[in-house]
Design a binder for this molecule. Structure first.
Ligand code: TYM
Length: 331
């Protein structure tokens, strides 16, 4: 028998808000680079997206949009599994079991993203938002995942998945593999354009804080030209002293595949304005190419890809869930 010796990666994006270059550079670009080396599963995690206010009609469209973005970004749907989280019931079922037997209120009280999203002391938010890291743990653990490639803001959630897996294995039987997070050295935390002290986010109010992957290239140029820079005039990478310019250098470096050092040399005696103009052109070119690919993909084909993906993913998830149900005593 030929054994599958590839390690497995699992990751996902929520179909909420507009995907931005932070999502691409911190997560999807990494998946593309790993998809040949790893047995890869990428989910459109729609049950995460309903933990905040949303419009059902828009959600339906966003689910398709995210899958299209995966493919336009370079994910090869013939090699990997792409599926919609809610198509596989095992996710919510394992989430419930972990809620009951492994997760503690004290674990979830530590989650910084919940505190940011709900606001400190705010109890008037859905339980789902609070419990969302447990659903994410279920996503990861169902597939015997070795590695979880994510941006820096998801690290704490992957650590929780590890903790829950260890606790469950200790309390029952060794069912779960302990997953490792994988964070890019560069690009794991792309910052907001109008406030480089904050990360670029889908939900920030200001459109000028992010470059959407589906933004008109002309609008993206305006956003880059308006981006906050720092005091001084030198194009130098120093996130503490020059967070704005350092963020722009990171984006430039990743989109153009040029080392930051080389960019610093190139722009050593050049003003911020010129640097931004060149970056804006690079961003516009990237968006043009990306959107050309995006527009080639037919929505109907996406529905088929997601259905086929769920068919392949479900038996893996079911097998893990069955083992879990046996050891907790319900089967
Ligand atoms: P989400 O949808 O918020 O973000 C998707 C991915 O994009 C990364 N990211 C960033 N990377 C760099 N710079 C930024 N400014 C930036 N903003 C976002 C995120 O780290 C993420 O990798 N809970 C997850 C989705 C999820 C998941 C999972 C991920 C659900 N289940 C299982 C991995 C495994 C989320 O909300 O990501």
């Amino acid at each position: 028998m030929i054994q599958n010796i590839k390690k497995r990666i699992f990751s996902g994006v929520q179909p909420s808000g507009n995907l931005h270059i932070g999502n691409f550079l911190g997560a999807i670009k990494q998946w593309v680079a790993l998809q040949d080396e790893y047995d890869s599963i990428f989910s459109v995690v729609d049950y995460h997206a309903i933990t905040v206010k949303y419009d059902p009609k828009i959600l339906r469209k966003k689910i398709i949009e995210i899958a299209k973005i995966y493919i336009a970004g370079g994910i090869d749907y013939k090699k990997v599994i792409i599926f919609q989280q809610s198509d596989i019931r095992a996710h919510t079922e394992l989430c419930w079991i972990l809620n009951a037997v492994s997760a503690r209120v004290s674990d979830l009280n530590k989650m910084t993203q919940f505190k940011d999203k709900a606001g400190e002391g705010n109890v008037n938010v859905g339980i789902g938002l609070y419990d969302y890291p447990v659903l994410m743990a279920a996503d990861i653990l169902l597939y015997n995942t070795d590695v979880v490639p994510v941006g820096d803001d998801q690290l704490q959630h992957v650590e929780l998945a590890r903790d829950l897996a260890k606790r469950f294995n200790h309390d029952y039987e060794k069912i779960f593999k302990i997953p490792e997070p994988k964070i890019m050295k560069q690009g794991a935390r792309i910052m907001s354009l109008d406030n480089p002290e904050k990360k670029m986010s889908k939900s920030a109010e200001s459109e000028f804080s992010r470059i959407g992957l589906l933004d008109e290239p002309e609008l993206a140029i305006k956003k880059i030209m308006k981006a906050t820079t720092d005091i001084g005039a030198k194009v130098k990478f120093n996130p503490k002293e020059k967070p704005g310019i350092s963020n722009l250098l990171t984006i430039y470096s990743l989109l153009a595949n040029i080392e930051i050092k080389k960019l610093e040399e190139k722009y050593a005696n050049i003003m911020y304005g010129e640097f931004k103009k060149d970056l804006a052109e690079t961003v516009a070119e990237f968006l043009n190419d990306f959107q050309k690919e995006y527009n080639k993909i037919d929505d109907k084909q996406i529905a088929e890809i997601l259905t086929a993906g769920a068919k392949k993913a479900e038996p893996i998830a079911e097998e893990t869930l069955m083992k879990v149900k046996r050891v907790i005593g319900v089967k």
